[in-house]
Design a protein around this ligand. Structure first.
Ligand code: ATP
Length: 350
């Protein structure tokens, strides 16, 4: 597989050990868990796994509500095994999530640290995206707290992990929506731009395009290099088709689906173009089996990482093996897109 945009190396700090967690020792007696940033299906499965792995290893476990915001406002509750009963199948996060500007200040983080001390919380597990893990790294270094992260985001935009918690569910949701849009697109012989999330990362759009039989994906990694819309039209991509579906990553780089449709209307008026923005429905819904299993494995690995005295690492998964990825590498904004997947889409959509 050749990687485009930016190369990613596979160096990691350490492999997940197969040792039984309970045989390991660390000074950590109690652990707090929070979800932060955008919600993602599977976060509940992760909270459940973290809580139960902690308790089964004799740790006191605390649920922190509303992410860093709740850590600052002291919304903290001790969790028992039944605190996380009946949640594995639920989308969203029972701990709620929030964005916190206050946590971006030293004062805010100091209050957060003081609240941890009040409850006797020694370590933190943060479930969230790159912003949440950036904050986690800063907080850990400033106050010398053991912090481990879990990649909880539908965008699959973190380095050092093949996939993230919530990504598979979002992919399936998009695919099901695409199947429905295809029916109307075909009936009216239209060109449809369907906008999906992903920010600077095109994985959601690219894999959704492959899974739904779309004609193309306009993604940030490629839009940086060339005008994908002009190239598509010049290649006559609709020649033998009664309808066309193009996935677009919501991003400043791609311009988004509405801008692309406006361009088509003025530059290529022969096309009957429509836009569908999937928006927040991509985040919701019951997590797939894959996301539940991933979240359960990663949640248990997070407790193990703390027990092994790992610090400032995100739990990743590479070739179906749990891995520890330093925060610094995980949050680098250079997730490469697979040229093999681009080729699969190109060939399968002729
Ligand atoms: P998603 O990928 O779903 O958007 P995210 O974790 O990237 O999730 P953000 O809104 O970027 O979501 O970040 C969540 C929270 O993490 C912020 O509201 C803030 O409290 C904290 N955070 C982000 N960046 C920093 C930073 N540089 N310093 C301290 N805290 C930060």
């Amino acid at each position: 597989m050749r990687l485009v945009v930016c190369k990613e190396n596979s160096v990691t700090t350490g492999k997940f050990s197969k040792t039984n967690i309970s045989t390991m020792s660390s000074d950590i007696k109690s652990v707090g868990v929070l979800t932060s940033g955008g919600d993602a299906p599977g976060m509940n499965a992760a909270i459940r796994a973290v809580t139960r792995a902690g308790i089964s290893n004799g740790l006191r476990m605390y649920g922190i509500y509303r992410g860093y915001k709740g850590l600052i406002s002291n919304e903290i509750e001790e969790f028992r095994t039944n605190s996380v009963s009946n949640i594995i199948q639920q989308g969203g996060t029972v701990l709620k999530t929030a964005r916190s500007l206050e946590f971006m200040t030293l004062e805010g983080r100091r209050t957060a640290y003081e609240n941890m001390q009040k409850h006797g919380i020694d370590a933190l597990i943060v479930i969230g995206g790159d912003g949440s893990l950036t904050g986690a790294g800063i907080f850990a270094n400033e106050f010398n707290i053991p912090v481990v992260g879990l990649p909880g985001t539908i965008d699959n935009d973190l380095n050092g992990t093949d996939t993230t918690i919530g990504y598979d569910t979002a992919l399936n949701t998009i695919m099901q929506s695409m199947d429905k849009i295809r029916d109307t697109a075909t009936s009216h012989e239209r060109l449809f731009f369907v906008e999906v999330m992903g920010r600077n990362c095109g994985y959601l759009a690219l894999n959704s395009a492959i899974a739904s039989g779309a004609e193309a994906a306009i993604i940030p990694e490629i839009s940086i290099e060339k005008d994908q819309l002009a190239e598509l039209i010049e290649q006559g991509f609709r020649k033998s088709k009664s309808s066309s579906m193009v996935l677009v990553t919501e991003s400043e780089v791609t311009g988004g689906a509405i801008k692309l449709a406006e361009r088509v209307k003025t530059e290529y008026p022969q096309y009957d173009v429509r836009v569908s923005i999937l928006g927040h429905l991509q985040r919701g819904g019951s997590p797939t089996a894959q996301d539940r299993i991933l979240a359960s494995r990663m949640g248990i690995a997070a407790i193990q990482a703390l027990q092994e005295n790992q610090r400032n690492v995100m739990i990743g998964i590479r070739e179906n093996e749990i891995d520890y990825v330093p925060f610094k590498r995980a949050i680098k904004k250079e997730r490469a897109i697979s040229e093999e997947l681009l080729e699969v889409l190109r060939i399968s959509s002729i």
